[in-house]
Design a protein around this ligand. Structure first.
Ligand code: ADP
Length: 353
């Protein structure tokens, strides 16, 4: 069992609160992702798990055992660093064997583990080649195999694929997800890329200045962000958040250009959130109750089109399917199903409808 538990863990560097009263449980076999902007405390959490840092307050448990006073070596958690470069003068096999040879593991055991990890990563047929003769994707798989061959309690990865180009990154994250499932190991993964966090994790913890703002499955965090902070971190484009006023029959925002007929809207709501894909754009007809919005930019992306709209002081983005006939400067009506609207109160906390 390698569940990892933080109980009210705080870590300071001088006056900086790098991790602020963090409590969470990473379950055994879980792919758990920390996501947040730079300097939000992600790497410090990994260093605390590894034992490279000691908490100023709180307790850390690995597999049920308190480890505050346990050395990094005894914790048996493996860090996969950002740099996945291979040794160019060694064959792929020797690269994968390297961490075990270094630890003086018996030859027969080395052969067994290398064969096992090679099968899982589908690299058995290229192990005899030097890195120079491998494709980018193959080199990446060999590097991951080298990291995984040690068989620790849990793996930690700090932005391991951020240096790769976009296509290779997409391939590698699918691969990592599959490998983690097959290895059946706990994996804590740090990324600053929301798409990566959403696609790869069983659960995500959202960090802000050392504080955990929300923990949940990707779909749960996306559909029910606990605050405007979290709402603004996920999605492409991100959620539109508009100042709103409550009327008798519902809510109005963007100087009347958005009108939501939702009698169940919470009275304390001061902002509404609309995901770009939930916004409907239609031709505006004079004489209606709703004020128009003006199209300011149209970005066709092939399967989707991002339309930027201006309504009074508000700017919002809609994500429309296909390539609709919409031109800059057109006047349009914006609507959104009441069930898709997010409500936020004073201070940015999400409100239940
Ligand atoms: P992230 O990984 O999200 O970028 P870090 O965990 O590296 O964030 O940093 C969290 C905060 O702690 C930042 O304000 C950073 O400047 C500070 N910090 C991290 N490591 C050190 C250190 N060794 N000495 C002083 N301050 C540090």
């Amino acid at each position: 069992m390698a569940d990892i538990i933080f109980r009210n863990v705080t870590k300071r560097y001088g006056n900086t609160l790098a991790v602020d009263d963090a409590s969470f449980t990473v379950n055994d076999n879980e792919f758990f992702c920390f996501f947040g902007p730079p300097l939000s405390g992600k790497s410090t959490i990994l260093r605390l798990v590894l034992g490279l840092e000691t908490p100023d307050a709180g307790e850390i448990l690995i597999g049920g055992r308190p480890v505050n006073a346990v050395s990094p070596a005894e914790r048996n958690v493996a860090m996969v660093f950002q740099n996945l470069a291979l040794f160019p003068h060694m064959s792929a096999r020797d690269n994968v064997r390297f961490p075990l040879v270094e630890r003086k593991v018996a030859d027969a055991e080395i052969e067994r583990r290398v064969a096992d990890v090679a099968a899982k990563l589908h690299i058995g047929h290229i192990l005899h080649k030097p890195p120079g003769q491998l494709s980018g994707g193959e080199r990446q798989r060999v590097a991951i195999a080298r990291a995984l061959v040690r068989d620790p309690n849990a793996y930690l990865m700090d932005d391991p694929i951020s240096a790769l180009d976009a296509r290779l990154r997409e391939e590698t994250r699918v691969e990592l997800k599959r490998i983690q499932r097959e290895l059946g190991k706990t994996l804590i993964y740090v990324t600053h890329d929301q798409e990566e966090a959403m696609s790869i994790a069983d659960r995500i913890a959202i960090l802000d200045n050392g504080r955990i703002r929300q923990i949940g499955a990707p779909a749960e965090i996306y559909d029910r962000p606990a605050s405007t902070y979290v709402a603004r971190l996920l999605g492409s484009p991100v959620m539109n958040i508009l100042k709103s006023v409550r009327g008798e029959s519902g809510v109005k925002a963007a100087e009347g250009a958005v009108s939501i007929a939702d009698r169940a809207a919470p009275a304390e709501a001061v902002e509404i959130g609309l995901r770009p894909e939930d916004i409907k754009v239609s031709p505006w007809a004079e004489g209606g109750k709703v004020r128009p919005a003006r199209v300011s930019e149209v970005e066709p992306l092939g399967g989707y089109t991002v339309v930027t709209l201006t309504a009074g002081q508000a700017r919002l983005k809609a994500l429309l399917r296909g390539q609709p006939e919409i031109r800059p400067d057109a006047m349009v009506a914006i609507s959104c199903e009441p069930g898709r609207v997010h409500y936020f109160g004073q201070g940015g906390g999400a409100l239940a409808r």
